[in-house]
Design a protein around this ligand. Sequence first.
Ligand SMILES: [Zn+2]
Length: 322
Amino acid sequence: MRKRLLCSAQISFDIEVKGPLLIKSGQESIHGPDMSPVVTYAIGEEAKPYIPGTSLKGVLRSHCERIVRTLLPEKTPVCLPYLFEAEHPERSCGKRLEKSELPTPELYRCSCMACKIFGSLAFRGRTFFTDGYAKGEVKTEVRDGVAIDRKTGGAATGAKYDLMVVIKGIFQTSLAIENFESWQLGLLALGLRDMEEERLPLGLGTSRGLGHVKAHIRHISLRYPFDYTGQKILGIEARATKQEKAQYGFGKAPEALDDILPPAQEDGVWNVYALDTEEKRKQLLSWSRRALQAYLPQDQWNQGLQPRVWRDGMPESSGGGR
Ligand SMILES: [Zn+2]
């Protein structure tokens, strides 16, 4: 589906540091995923901290997983790549599908909700985050610290580091999602909302109360090829061909969601819709809730979904549940 771009969304936002944000200075890395939440880059003589896009992606991913688990408590609707990789590889989309040599649409179809959006070892994902670079002044302090174990939140054995803490600063970043299903844009928008409301701590030491940040959304826009001029937000499930729908197993398009898009602006081959007023943002959140709600009962991932057999670029058998 990367050969065609039928819909995309861009969200630019700032991360404001509201409490000490833990930065590990130097290049040592503690093992485990995503353990270097904030590092520095040099401008001339000066080293400035930045927030890697992977950290933002990690935080938002965990939160989106939490939202889905909260809404589908009877099931395990997303995989748990780190927890279960060794004992239950079938619980990790990456491990289960990595070496399967299935075509991309099938990898997509067999991925859990989180991996469909954020990717796994097997599937690249649809969402891309840029690194967060400082806008204006950043205040930091260096502290003598003990490495924090990401899993336990306690001190990692014997490891001692110089830690740099950002105590003040604003970091500009953005995310984009391409060929999104409606529920995916919805889930991202709802996750970011919680970041705006300061509910998502970032970086190391969050169990000790560090990493208090607030997101400020600067700009949200949706982009469609110029053949689409409507006022409804349409996800890929409503834009793809019948064949593509069969290949990727997209969910059903949510019914009768409001027309919330403002008039489009032309930009080359694209129609761009900016959702930049308070009213449009509110409408987007309400749309997001309903798009996600419409999708949840359709999700097949936890129903023993099996990869299908493919022949000549199309699935031969239906696969399906148990
Ligand atoms: Zn997964």
